[in-house]
Design a protein around this ligand. Structure first.
Ligand SMILES: C[S@@+](CC[C@H](N)C(=O)[O-])C[C@H]1O[C@@H](n2cnc3c(N)ncnc32)[C@H](O)[C@@H]1O
Length: 216
């Protein structure tokens, strides 16, 4: 199912992403996040209930979570990204509730106490974090992975602008300010090796967190 809402996002942002996806951005990156798979292997994710993939892009993580057993809602502002994702879901015979909309749009807040799992990968939106925590059911899990600001000599992939990267400890500070109790299950900031889009091997600097919303 694909839902498109007529919201008020600055068109330039949506158009920019549509153009990138039209040009084939991330087309080769079909594998799910290594971090999600690691958390699943470590037993921190128990696939049942509803999951939300925020800024899902071409849906690599939504598809993985659905195949693992979650009932997945996946949201992205780019209609091109959602179209690619929906086509892949059909070819893989996987069901995801795709939604094309601006997650920062205040008119469509994320429903509170709804999700067993929320993931947000490589989309920097600190203003969204409190509502993501509130959208978790008590005991629900939030997984975040952002590009990290990096001054080392290594060649790293990802955005060249620091605006789209977080500082070390920035995620935990932003979460702490949200006013919702949580426990940190896993945390990492540093360099990781990951496949490049042309099939080689490269480095990314990332900040990762996996937290559980407290029940009280
Ligand atoms: C770097 S991509 C990451 C995609 C995906 N999370 C992944 O890891 O493969 C960032 C995504 O954020 C989406 N995006 C940007 N602004 C958005 C907004 N306001 N609401 C929803 N999605 C947005 C873009 O369309 C793009 O797909």
């Amino acid at each position: 199912m694909i839902k498109q809402e007529n919201d008020t996002l600055a068109l330039t942002d949506r158009q920019r992403w549509d153009q990138r996806y039209r040009q084939g951005t991330y087309a080769a990156r079909s594998w799910p996040s290594a971090y999600l798979k690691q958390l699943r292997d470590d037993g921190l994710l128990q696939p049942s209930g509803r999951a939300l993939d925020v800024a899902c892009g071409r849906g690599r993580n939504s598809l993985y979570l659905s195949a693992e057993g979650y009932d997945v809602d996946a949201v992205d502002v780019s209609a091109m990204a959602i179209a690619h994702a929906a086509n892949t879901a059909i070819s893989q015979q996987v069901r995801v509730n795709w939604q094309c909309r601006d997650v920062l749009e205040a008119q469509h807040p994320i429903r509170q106490n709804t999700y067993a799992l929320i993931v947000m990968f490589r989309f920097v939106a600190p203003e969204l974090l409190p509502s993501l925590l509130h959208a978790l059911v008590p005991g629900g899990i939030l997984v975040l992975e952002e590009h990290l600001q990096w001054s080392g000599p290594e060649q790293i992939s990802g955005p060249s602008s620091q605006r789209f990267r977080v500082r070390p400890d920035e995620l935990s500070a932003q979460l702490a300010a949200a006013g919702v109790g949580f426990d940190i299950l896993d945390e990492f900031a540093g360099l990781i090796a990951e496949p490049t889009d042309d099939g080689g091997q490269g480095n990314a600097a990332v900040s990762r967190m996996c937290i559980r919303r407290r029940s009280t």
